[in-house]
Design a protein around this ligand. Structure first.
Ligand SMILES: Cc1cc2nc3c(=O)[nH]c(=O)nc-3n(C[C@H](O)[C@H](O)[C@H](O)COP(=O)(O)OP(=O)(O)OC[C@H]3O[C@@H](n4cnc5c(N)ncnc54)[C@H](O)[C@@H]3O)c2cc1C
Ligand SMILES: NC(=O)c1ccc[n+]([C@@H]2O[C@H](COP(=O)([O-])OP(=O)(O)OC[C@H]3O[C@@H](n4cnc5c(N)ncnc54)[C@H](O)[C@@H]3O)[C@@H](O)[C@H]2O)c1
Length: 472
């Protein structure tokens, strides 16, 4: 057995672990990084990157079929499903060097390609190496949840870990789960020429604002996706080509392939957490505001910390623990300013409170201002007029923003900055945005907050009349 000592041990080389490793090593710490499977974790190999690459294929195919409105003859938009998967693999391959073992070794990180498990409060065994560390960061992420629905274990099915390697085009893809994975993949597949049915136990895209989510759901239905809500999968059987899903309320869905996308299970089973005195929760590892576990030498970040499960959250967590670990500066993770986006067409994004949450929290003090894409000149030129922005405002400051429409994932960046810095609506309204950009939607939403105050105020009218009378 090899024995090594280090300042910092990181378990898991996904979005969170790699960010901590890169930062800490480049700042001079002695770092050991463990990865039992693929460098880059879920995001690069089974998550964000392949899903967005497949969405891009769908977008091109859809664009070909709908080009006439621009004066360009419609094309057939035929998709070679296997070739689309080659495109996905090529996109992953282009990004992979950034997350590679070689790059991290170049920073001076000792990368060990083994799963790690605790053997004491400050020791982890990985293969035939025992690492004793002054501080440890658990960044082991999550895996697809495959629930114990009767028959599922005997029925061939895809998850996000297998879908991007499937080369045979599904005639009819059944998707259990109408969350972001389900809806992004539903649209990508209908655009690639598959028939698609989403079987959702409660409400699709339920974590988002219902008004903006409804616009996405209607768009998917208009493209031909069948979305069954209140349809909890209860019994599954069949084989590739003939899969059947029965729901609790007796509905029967038939398809050729099945994708299970019903949420995530955090990766803690290999860790032997109890050996280190680390308390788990129902969905992850118990952490305090500084992401410290019940063992004061150990932190948990990213998906395994059991909060919002996004790559940018794992990256943000990495920054929080680096401050504590490298400089001993007390640092807390907050969630109120964290945005998210779902990359359907139209896109859906959110930061801060939804309208319902804002009204719960602030009552009558909330004002909701809206601006619709069909008043944005660039959106008209691009024929992307479907969508709106809603800003929830309390005492002149935004407390939440929901956007649905073209580039909603880009537009939310400004509001993430505004919420993180407690900015005022007047600062957004005062920004000069280049014309014609989709980004003017943001400025016009802020303007919509002030319009009634300026244009419907008797006081303003009286003052203006008075001033006009006295101006020479
Ligand atoms: C289909 C899909 C699409 C997504 N799209 C987006 C998106 O568009 N935007 C977004 O922000 N997020 C998206 N996500 C979420 C995002 O992928 C995750 O939030 C992110 O990868 C979490 O990072 P992490 O570092 O916590 O974990 P991971 O990236 O999962 O990394 C954890 C790593 O730890 C390793 N590991 C586990 N146990 C051990 C052990 N005991 N020892 C050593 N190594 C171990 C694993 O092999 C893995 O490599 C998507 C997820 C999915 C599934
Ligand atoms: N664009 C993005 O940032 C992006 C994209 C994909 C995934 N993700 C991340 O991955 C996480 C997981 O995504 P997800 O879509 O798997 O999970 P999710 O938890 O968001 O959605 C799962 C859905 O499955 C439904 N469900 C559960 N059991 C069911 C059953 N038996 N029958 C029918 N429906 C059932 C739930 O009601 C829920 O709506 C997301 O929460 C997000 O954090 C992010």
């Amino acid at each position: 057995m090899n024995r090594i000592k280090t300042d910092l041990l990181i378990i898991g080389a996904g979005s969170g672990g790699l960010s901590v490793a890169a930062g800490a090593a480049q700042m001079g710490a002695d770092v050991v990084l463990l990865e039992g499977h693929k460098m880059g974790g879920d995001c690069l190999n089974y998550g964000c990157v392949p899903s967005k690459a497949l969405i891009a294929t769908g977008k091109v195919a859809y664009g070909q079929r709908h080009s006439e409105q621009f004066g360009v003859a419609n094309g057939t938009g035929d998709v070679d499903y296997a070739a689309a998967k080659d495109h996905v693999a090529d996109v992953i391959a282009q990004i992979a060097p950034v997350d590679s073992q070689e790059r991290f070794e170049g920073f001076g990180v000792n990368v060990i390609r083994e799963f790690g498990r605790f053997i004491s409060k400050d020791e982890v065994q990985a293969g035939d190496t025992i690492i004793k560390a002054r501080r440890i960061v658990i960044a082991t992420g999550s895996s697809p949840l495959v629930p114990p629905i009767p028959g599922l274990d005997k029925t061939p099915h895809e998850t996000n870990e297998t879908l991007f390697e499937l080369r045979e085009k599904p005639d009819h893809l059944l998707i259990i789960g109408g969350g972001p994975i389900g809806m992004e993949m539903a649209q990508a597949h209908i655009r690639m020429g598959c028939q698609v049915t989403v079987i959702e136990g409660s409400k699709a895209l339920a974590k988002d604002d219902p008004e903006t989510a409804a616009i996405v759901l209607q768009s998917l239905k208009d493209e031909g996706v069948e979305i069954a809500e209140g349809a909890e999968a209860a019994e599954i059987n069949g084989d590739v080509g003939a899969i059947k899903v029965k729901t609790k309320d007796g509905r029967l869905f038939k398809g050729s392939h099945l994708l299970v996308a019903v949420g995530r299970k955090t990766n803690t089973d290999k860790l032997d957490l109890e050996k280190a005195g680390i308390e788990p929760t129902k969905n992850g590892i118990k952490v305090d505001a500084s992401l410290r576990t019940t063992n004061r030498k150990v932190y948990a970040i990213g998906d395994v910390a059991g909060g919002m499960q996004f790559t940018h959250v794992a990256g943000y967590h990495a920054g929080v623990v680096i401050r504590s670990l490298m400089f001993a500066i007390p640092s807390k993770a907050k969630a109120a300013h964290i945005p998210w986006a779902t990359y359907t067409d139209p896109e859906l994004s959110q930061v801060g409170l939804t309208e319902a949450q804002a009204k719960d929290e602030h009552g009558d003090r909330v004002e909701v201002v809206r601006f619709h894409y069909n008043h944005n000149d660039r959106a008209i030129a691009e024929r992307k007029t479907k969508g709106l922005i809603k800003v929830m405002v309390v005492k002149g400051r935004p407390v939440g923003v929901s956007i649905v429409g073209y580039q909603a994932g880009e537009l939310i960046n400004l509001w993430a900055l505004a919420l993180a810095n407690n900015m005022k609506m007047s600062q957004i309204a005062g920004m000069v945005a280049p014309y014609p950009t989709i980004g003017e939607v943001n400025k016009r939403a802020a303007g919509a907050y002030f319009s009634p105050r300026l244009f419907e105020s008797d006081l303003v009218k009286t003052v203006v009349r008075l001033v006009q009378r006295f101006i020479p």
